[in-house]
Ligand binder design. Structure first.
Ligand code: ADP
Ligand code: ZN
Length: 423
């Protein structure tokens, strides 16, 4: 679709979205406070007169302040991964799911997935959008879809071999590990498997990582970007030219803004991605601050698609980090640690990649009388800290207890996270 036509479609859908937003307690109240006439928000330019919506707004709006349809119209909800406490929830009508399914199917078709493919979905199913989101898109194309989910590498390998899987959806960090495991079974991931397309996403990774994955499997690996607030997978996707990800502008209005000032960035300049849903009824979200940093380009793509492209995600404007696909805020870890009386005042979170496996090591200073006390007590303390962390962040970190005063301190803002993983 020519860009002008796409722009007209966006405006038409934006107007509908504004009318949906007015059905939600959150935006009704917001419009009332702002004294902006919602009827006047007609163009993408007008949209910029509205304030941003943040993750915190979504949290505070839990459970129903962003819901724009009667509950009986809702057929599914999804919730963001990793965070416990007050979750953020996105609701979908049957039509919303239908549209999302087509959106994902479009991405898969774009990179060559067809009904003759065998699609093994190695992302987790459930509240996390990665599993179900891709699943329905692949089924829509008629590919035989294997909802295997994450983990259990032996079983993954067996399925890959037995069904001659041609397409996988996989975390980039897991892809590297899996290649290693396949080799340790005496197999060659290139020669002994049938993979030709890999969809990799849900966590930041570099061009170098992509190349390694492609070389290891002898397949093409396409970058897939999404977030649960904006449906999930399928928000932006690489085309066969692998030169940035087309962001589907018939589903979203894209802005890239300076994270400090909120002012629009120029083409090519890295800023925070801000998205407005324009093709979803149950949970309309206006100007959502994703915290993801990237740039955009409006250069025509050799593939002929007119949707603008965003670069690889370059980082986050907050301190969230992603560990094995799970979003974690250091504050979650801090909250757990600081609730344990035996724990001292300093700790740090070290992320590393060893033998292709991501590990999280949390070094915790404990009170000195304990450190030189009963060894068994110490072991029990260490296990308790680990278990409490696990129930908060949903992954099990290594926990190392250290003597007070041994961890480095900084002047000013403490650096808690030391990420040594090569992207
Ligand atoms: P999901 O359930 O898909 O992981 P979440 O909402 O839990 O969605 O997490 C979304 C976040 O994951 C994004 O905001 C972004 O930080 C990260 N992410 C998703 N896809 C990519 C990608 N291809 N490259 C880098 N980061 C990504
Ligand atoms: Zn393209």
């Amino acid at each position: 679709m020519p860009q002008e036509e796409l722009a007209r479609l966006q405006e038409e859908r934006l107007r509908h979205t504004i009318s949906q937003a007015l059905k939600t307690p959150f935006y009704r109240q917001r419009f009332a406070q702002l004294k902006v006439d919602p009827g006047k928000i007609k163009t993408v330019k007008d949209l910029q007169r509205l304030p941003f919506t943040t993750k915190e707004d979504l949290r505070q709006g839990f459970p129903f302040d962003f819901l724009a349809v009667p509950l009986e119209e809702v057929v599914r909800l999804h919730s963001s991964s990793g965070t416990t406490g007050t979750p953020t929830v996105i609701y979908h009508t049957a039509q919303d799911l239908e549209r999302w399914t087509n959106q994902v199917a479009r991405c898969l078709y774009m990179v060559g997935v067809r009904k003759t493919d065998i699609f093994q979905n190695m992302m987790s199913y459930g509240l996390f959008t990665g599993g179900l989101g891709m699943h329905y898109g692949a089924e829509r194309l008629g590919a035989m879809t294997i909802p295997i989910g994450t983990g259990n590498s032996k079983r993954q390998i067996w399925f890959l071999q037995f069904f001659k899987t041609t397409v996988v959806h996989i975390l980039p960090s897991y892809a590297l590990l899996l290649a290693q495991l396949i080799k340790s079974e005496g197999l060659d991931p290139k020669r002994d498997l049938n993979l030709h397309i890999m969809l990799i996403g849900a966590e930041p990774h570099s061009e170098e990582t992509r190349k390694r994955i492609e070389e290891a499997f002898g397949a093409k690996a396409y970058n897939s970007y999404g977030l649960s607030e904006m449906n999930g997978p399928g928000v932006a996707f690489e085309c066969p030219y692998q030169n940035g990800m087309h962001l589907w502008e018939d589903y979203y209005i894209l802005e890239v803004v300076d994270p400090k000032t909120g002012e629009p960035c120029r083409e090519g300049e890295v800023g925070e991605i801000v998205l407005t849903t324009i093709y979803r009824d149950a949970t309309p979200i206006l100007r959502y601050r994703t915290r993801d940093l990237a740039s955009f380009t409006a250069e025509p793509c050799p593939c002929g698609r007119t949707h603008r492209r965003i670069s690889r995600i370059q980082g986050r404007s907050d301190d969230m980090f992603i560990f094995r696909g799970v979003n974690i805020f250091p504050i979650q870890i801090e909250k757990v640690l600081m609730n344990i009386p035996e724990v001292g005042n300093n700790y740090r979170i070290v992320l590393a990649r060893e033998d292709y496996r991501d590990i999280m090591r949390i070094e915790v200073e404990i009170k000195s009388e304990l450190f030189f006390g009963d060894l068994q007590k110490l072991e029990r303390l260490q296990e308790r800290i680990q278990a409490e962390l696990r129930s908060e962040i949903l992954v099990t970190p290594e926990v190392i207890l250290v003597e007070p005063g041994t961890l480095p301190t900084q002047e000013g803002k403490a650096q808690r996270v030391f990420d040594h993983r090569q992207m």
